[in-house]
Design a protein around this ligand. Structure first.
Ligand SMILES: [Zn+2]
Length: 403
């Protein structure tokens, strides 16, 4: 290894002496795939995935063994996720670890525990000429998406975080809406996040058609859910009760792919954020449905990968687990499924009734919080083998960059 480094070093000196293009030396230092997809299932523990696959097996008439697309990826590892000050991380510390390669304290975003600014992978790739897209099924200023474009000592400083979004210079944004839409001081509301962003050059769109228009005009869109216009984002949980006109995570990603094409290199971070929200409230079917929708978005990336297998990397991971679900006896999927179908695919049960339904059908939720076990990592494509085995979430950035 040492000899190789010295040889590369000498070759680079010789190249510069003879004025040969330095790009080869650059390439040896960093071998980033041309097209990068990073999928983060918020709260998507191994057991949450197992829950989804057990239900999928039931639907396919099997006892078990049916797989989502992403669990079939050839490279599989697991990542430890503790933060700098907690054994159980939150989304901002974990998002920061994944995006910057450095640990920070819970609730801190894109900064180290002392408050020093850390550089996200999205900015590094933007500097390298990549187009960058940030997509989430939850608000765009929530912890996971914002850890890719903002730096703040508090993840809860939502309006200030939103103000940083246009400064990123990234090319595509989509999320459900913006928390603290008018700032957190209710007695002294600021101009709405949409107006503030529009003034800074972001085209805030509330339908796919509007976003397509913005893209056609060469503007940077921030696509939000139509029902979150001029309001705080609705606390919608996937599969819970989708309001009229709801835009799916896969539709957001499809739009980003239409806009980016394969002409330029790109980096897309796509978060299945409502997996976490559904699991916090121990809603079994919404947790499963949000993982299914996450898998559907991944299928689009996989289709892209099949057309560009040598230049594409897809990484799927989670920031932490949520809900501590397990099934110690056979879950009664037949009953769970019939309740789900009869309710029109909504879970509006009270906390007590929801708990009873889970218990009656052998689905054991152990917590309403995050959980600290290692999270799954799946990868396919260029450099996917780097993700095999046991890693830490701070290793993900360097492995994507091909360092
Ligand atoms: Zn959470």
């Amino acid at each position: 290894m040492k000899t190789l480094k010295i040889t590369t070093f000498i070759a680079c000196i010789l190249a510069s002496l003879f004025a040969i293009s330095g790009t080869d030396c650059q390439a040896k230092k960093k071998d980033t795939p041309k097209y990068v997809f990073l999928f983060i299932g918020d709260g998507m523990s191994y057991n949450n995935v197992a829950l989804a696959e057990s239900y999928l097996s039931y639907k396919n008439g099997k006892m078990g063994g049916e797989q989502l697309l992403f669990t079939q990826f050839p490279a599989h590892g697991s990542a430890t996720s503790h933060s700098a000050n907690r054994r159980v991380t939150d989304s901002s510390a974990s998002g920061t670890a994944i995006s910057t390669g450095s640990k920070t304290n819970n609730a801190m975003l894109g900064v180290d525990p002392e408050g020093n600014i850390l550089k996200s992978i999205s900015f590094e790739l933007k500097d390298d000429g990549y187009k960058v897209g940030i997509i989430s099924s939850v608000p765009i200023n929530h912890a996971t998406p914002s850890s890719f474009y903002a730096n703040n000592k508090s993840r809860y400083d939502y309006y200030a975080i939103t103000e940083q979004l246009p400064d990123s210079g990234f090319d595509f944004y989509a999320g459900s809406g913006m928390i603290d839409y008018f700032g957190s001081d209710k007695n002294n509301p600021k101009e709405s996040s949409a107006i503030m962003l529009e003034k800074k050059g972001i085209d805030v769109c509330f339908s796919i058609a509007e976003a397509k228009e913005a893209i056609a005009k060469g503007e940077t869109p921030l696509l939000c859910q139509p029902y979150n216009k001029e309001t705080e984002p609705d606390n919608y949980e996937a599969g819970g009760a989708a309001p009229e006109g709801h835009i799916l995570l896969s539709e957001m990603l499809e739009l980003a792919l239409d806009s980016f094409t394969d002409k330029e290199p790109f980096f897309i971070m796509c978060e299945g954020g409502e997996i976490d929200w559904a699991a916090h409230s121990q809603k079994t079917m919404p947790t499963i449905m949000s993982i299914f929708e996450f898998d559907k978005a991944i299928a689009l990336a996989y289709e892209f990968y099949l057309n560009h297998p040598k230049e594409t990397l897809i990484v799927v991971t989670a920031d932490h687990g949520t809900g501590g679900v397990s099934f110690s006896e056979d879950p009664d999927w037949k009953v769970m499924d019939s309740i789900w179908v009869a309710s029109g695919q909504k879970n509006t049960l009270s906390r007590k009734d929801n708990k009873k339904m889970n218990e009656d059908n052998n689905i054991d939720w152990g917590s309403t919080h995050h959980t600290g076990e290692p999270v799954p990592v799946y990868a396919v494509g260029k450099g996917a083998e780097k993700f095999i085995g046991r890693i830490d979430n701070t290793d993900i950035k360097g492995k994507i960059l091909g360092k």
